[in-house]
Design a binder for this molecule. Structure first.
Ligand SMILES: Cc1cc2nc3c(=O)[nH]c(=O)nc-3n(C[C@H](O)[C@H](O)[C@H](O)COP(=O)(O)O)c2cc1C
Length: 198
């Protein structure tokens, strides 16, 4: 499973990069998983400005920085969205990136990993409403960090030991969520291949 991990914040001093590094470390320990970070800072896409809705524009030609992002989305088998909660929702930079996608995530699973004072609950809930628009499948289990992520995860993505030791804590939730993601990813990849071959 090739899994892209999007950092849903480009803010100076952000902490979503720490959360993404934590996910990366955990995914690197799984067999058959090729995880990598997708930093939206490396994709300086303008606010969506194409003349037509991407899904209704089959002959679409996008700007190079957008195409670069779409090529990565085509290449992955599954996606992790690490999102902060901004004003009771997920970040605008993430929405903008998602709006560029046409069918690159169709029938692919997405794992939500959110943080904020309520664990990013509203960011998660809003993403669950948006992702069907891209024909993506959302893992029922979301990872939601209610602690201040910057205080419990270091820059390298190392989670504080007390949370690793908690059998019902963040580490256990992430591990189970990524196992689920792989299950969906393998099942959906096989089904996509079968329908392509038949
Ligand atoms: C513009 C803005 C709005 C925010 N709104 C919320 C909010 O509605 N709910 C919440 O729990 N946290 C909110 N926060 C706190 C962020 O979730 C928290 O600062 C988080 O670390 C931001 O992620 P980042 O550091 O990766 O950008 C807000 C932060 C910012 C910058």
């Amino acid at each position: 499973m090739k899994v892209g991990i999007i950092i849903g914040s480009v803010r100076e001093g952000r902490v979503s990069d720490r959360v993404a590094n934590w996910v990366l470390k955990q995914a690197q320990e799984m067999e058959g998983v090729e995880p990598f970070i997708i930093d939206l800072k490396d994709y300086t896409m303008p606010f969506f400005d194409e003349a037509m809705s991407p899904q209704y524009n089959p002959g679409r030609s996008s700007k190079p920085e957008v195409q670069k992002f779409l090529d990565v989305m085509s290449d992955i088998d599954s996606l992790v969205l690490v999102t902060p909660e901004y004003n009771r929702s997920y970040s605008a930079v993430l929405k903008n990136a998602l709006d560029y996608i046409d069918f690159q995530l169709k029938q692919k699973p997405v794992q939500l990993v959110a943080h904020g004072s309520t664990g990013g609950a509203q960011a998660v809930s809003h993403l669950r409403a948006v992702l069907p628009g891209l024909a993506a499948i959302t893992n029922p289990t979301a990872v939601m960090i209610t602690d201040r992520a910057g205080e419990i995860i270091d820059e390298d993505g190392k989670l504080a030991q007390e949370h690793i030791d908690n059998p019902y804590g963040y580490q256990a939730t992430l591990k189970n969520a990524l196992a689920d993601l792989k299950w969906y990813s393998d099942a959906l990849a096989a089904a996509r291949k079968q329908s392509k071959d038949s």
